[in-house]
Design a protein around this ligand. Structure first.
Ligand SMILES: C[S@@+](CC[C@H](N)C(=O)[O-])C[C@H]1O[C@@H](n2cnc3c(N)ncnc32)[C@H](O)[C@@H]1O
Length: 196
């Protein structure tokens, strides 16, 4: 899977589909992250969230796409960001984080890797750490049809591994996390949940 080929038009496409709400969705975690010591952003894409995060000691921005990292670096004003070009599943670190943000990252995978990603997130968090997830959930027939189209599009243009939208929320809760807060966008199609 590589998002390099879509990085140059990714924001344009997202704004076309979601309109002006796109920035709002992307930046939703910013307030909740204020004051955290260490934050890890996994699959952060073009980094729309970064400039809105304040008062964080250290941010690790981990991405598998070099082109996405380049786009993020061009827009990011944060001095505390460490960019890591790596596969989250292969990445080794002894560092623990107060919060991990996964914006539209978990929907990239099939059931096995989805579970692996959540388990790895749990291992990388400090004891009272938080997992911040922004993603899709099943909604109306029309929106579910749009999701299927998006999967097809990204399977063709970026080799997306996931074939269909899974119940991310159910799995996150099953693997130990309890929901702390929730914000819904686009009539419940997109959720932003904080789990701890
Ligand atoms: C669907 S895009 C989401 C981008 C952005 N976070 C957003 O909200 O629009 C998924 C992102 O995850 C990255 N990604 C996919 N697999 C990854 C992996 N194994 N490790 C790190 N990043 C990965 C991709 O390069 C891509 O930028």
């Amino acid at each position: 899977m590589s998002f390099d080929g879509v990085a140059w038009f990714y924001d344009w496409l997202a704004t076309l589909v979601f309109g002006s709400q796109w920035n709002q969705v992307q930046q939703a975690p910013a307030e909740n992250l204020t004051g955290k010591r260490r934050v890890l952003i996994v699959g952060g894409g073009t980094g729309i969230l970064l400039n809105k995060i304040l008062g964080v000691e250290r941010i690790v921005f981990l991405e598998l796409s070099e082109k996405m990292i380049a786009k993020t670096q061009a827009r990011c004003l944060h001095p505390q960001v460490d960019y890591v070009y790596a596969d989250f599943f292969q990445w080794q670190t002894s560092e623990k984080f107060d919060a991990i943000v996964m914006p539209f990252f978990l929907d990239c995978f099939g059931p096995e890797k989805l579970e692996m990603a959540i388990i790895k997130a749990r291992e990388l968090l400090v004891q009272d750490g938080e997992l911040h997830v922004i993603d899709f959930q099943p909604a109306s027939h029309w929106k579910n049809a749009q999701i299927r189209l998006m999967y097809l599009f990204f399977r063709i243009f970026s080799g997306l591994e996931g074939k269909a939208l899974l119940n991310i929320d159910r799995l996150v809760r099953k693997i130990f996390f309890a929901q702390k807060s929730e914000v819904l966008f686009t009539r419940g199609w997109i959720f932003y949940r904080v789990y701890s």
